[in-house]
Design a protein around this ligand. Structure first.
Ligand code: NDP
Length: 479
């Protein structure tokens, strides 16, 4: 099967006529091909988007909303097909794609399609003068997304961009391009006008760079690794593009002795290994108050052992394959590093899980639990982004906060305690953009989403996203 670019309302071949192999990580085999596009395809996409902007930005919010709601309905109608495509591309359990990834893509479109109808701007009166602020769409914007939650994160960017009246040139990860391609088909079916959304497939170094460098692209919304974010900022900042950068993390899970232990174990195991640990919000460093450390570790390992690593198409699978061979090798290299740094592997490790014949050549890793490391070693400082967690004890609340804040990242974290005052204190002191108390991954699309420090700049979600994708213009009138 050959994936195509979506430019000016049509599914088209890349100008180079070259294609990249797309591998199913559960089988290790090529199952489709995607365009190896370059700056020429990006230029065509930007031209189409620029031509479409006048008419799209002048449509009423209701008109844009109707089309975006139609796209949401079509994603929902094709849920099974899209979920299977996501799982084939990414390796995640099919039940996860069906329950989380695709439904959340539907929600993203519905949320911003309805949000834009309620999006209002301010006016300020003073005697003899009235100021009012317009929120103008920016023009052509670039959206670049990663492979871990492919359609979910892709739509999290393009839906608010389109709702606000912009035209989009987007690039999904070359590792998981299929659902973005299927979305292009649905946009055509929904009657999205030509050029309003354009999807150019290919490598970050070619297509991603061309989007970042293009002088007519006014803003870049990027989710991915911190290094890539730095490179995008280096190129785009001197051009004064608006930038939203959602980057890496090394999230802390802080467990206090007064937590509800059974619930905490249940939830923190999920927070560690959901989507094979490949969610930017997963907790990869667990810190546990000394007095319950032994019992926590024992129960955590017991529960982890019950997780089933299986063919992603198997209904029983809690973990499927990790996304690619190179990512698999990166995860194993960190397990080696943890051992070199004195870590003790209590469960999992480098042994290859036996799955089934179909998945003999797939990239599977056991959920892995490591103890015996200090908070400052490389294993506890660098992002692994796989099913690997470390557990360390702490003595005091102050020490827990110091450990939590000891990395360059600041994306998310969770706090487990029955003491309300402590929950507020610790949540205020931990340097991260998102904190959950006695829960994890609860999402409300109205809340600001994003990180601080090396985890990024700017926030997505709710009005934050609509403000990012618009330019405020203040007008002052003498009355
Ligand atoms: P990458 O940074 O490698 O890639 C992200 C996207 O950027 C891909 O589409 C990639 O293309 C593209 N890209 C690569 N190089 C460039 C470049 N020079 N210019 C423009 N675009 C480029 O991240 P991954 O895909 O590996 O995703 C995993 C990372 O994403 C992790 O660090 C994770 O923490 C982070 N993440 C952060 C989230 C957050 O909200 N903060 C949420 C989810 C993930 P290609 O790969 O196709 O070459």
């Amino acid at each position: 099967m050959q994936i195509k670019n979506y430019i000016n309302g049509e599914l088209v071949e890349p100008i180079s006529n070259k294609y990249i192999e797309n591998i199913n990580p559960a089988t290790g085999e090529v199952y489709s091909y995607l365009p190896d596009s370059d700056s020429r395809d990006v230029n065509k996409a930007v031209q189409a988007a620029s031509e479409a902007f006048n008419s799209w930005s002048r449509k009423s919010a209701q008109e844009r909303s109707q089309i975006l709601l139609k796209i949401a309905d079509l994603i929902e109608k094709n849920l099974d097909k899209l979920a299977l495509a996501e799982t084939t591309d990414n390796g995640k359990p099919l039940k996860l794609s069906k329950k989380v990834d695709i439904p959340r893509a539907v929600e993203n479109f519905r949320f911003f399609a309805t949000g834009i109808i309620h999006f209002a701007s301010e006016s300020h009166y003073q005697p003899h003068f009235l100021n009012y602020t317009l929120r103008m769409p920016l023009g052509v914007v670039g959206c670049i997304s990663p492979w871990n939650l492919p359609l979910y994160l892709f739509t999290w960017k393009v839906a608010p961009a389109l709702a606000a009246g912009n035209c989009v040139v987007a690039k999904p990860s070359e590792i998981t391009p299929m659902t973005a391609y299927l979305l292009a088909e649905l946009c055509i079916e929904a009657g999205l006008p030509r050029g309003v959304m354009n999807i150019v497939h290919g490598y970050g170094s070619t297509v991603g760079t061309a989007i970042t460098q293009h002088p007519s692209i006014r803003a870049i919304s990027f989710t991915g690794g911190t290094k890539t974010g730095q490179e995008i900022a280096r190129v785009a900042a001197p051009m004064f593009k608006k930038l939203s950068l959602e980057l890496g993390g090394k999230n802390a899970t802080l467990v206090f002795a007064d937590c509800d232990l059974e619930r905490t174990i249940h939830e923190t195991v999920s927070a560690s290994f959901s989507n094979q640990g490949q969610i930017c919000l997963c907790g990869s460093r667990i810190f546990v108050e000394q007095s319950i450390y032994e019992v926590f570790v024992q129960k955590f390992v017991e529960r982890t052992k019950k997780l089933i690593v299986a063919d992603p198409l198997d209904e029983r699978a809690n973990l499927g394959a990790v996304v690619s061979k190179s990512h698999y090798e990166k995860i194993l290299s960190y397990i080696d590093l943890a051992q070199e740094e004195g870590g003790k592997i209590l469960y999992g490790g480098k042994e290859k899980p036996v799955v089934n014949q179909r998945c003999e050549k797939g990239y599977f890793v056991y959920p892995t639990v490591i103890t015996g490391l200090d908070a400052y070693c490389r294993t506890n400082q660098e992002e692994i982004f796989g099913p690997v967690v470390t557990i360390q004890p702490f003595d005091t609340e102050e020490e827990a906060i110091i450990f939590a804040n000891s990395t360059q990242y600041g994306l998310a974290g969770s706090i487990w305690t029955q003491n309300l005052a402590r929950a507020h204190r610790v949540a205020q002191a931990v340097e991260s953009g998102i904190l959950w108390v006695n829960c994890w991954l609860i999402r409300d699309l109205r809340t600001p989403f994003g990180g601080m420090k090396q985890s990024g700049v700017g926030r997505e979600g709710g009005w934050e996203a609509l403000r990012f994708f618009t330019e405020p213009k203040n007008i002052c009138i003498q009355i």
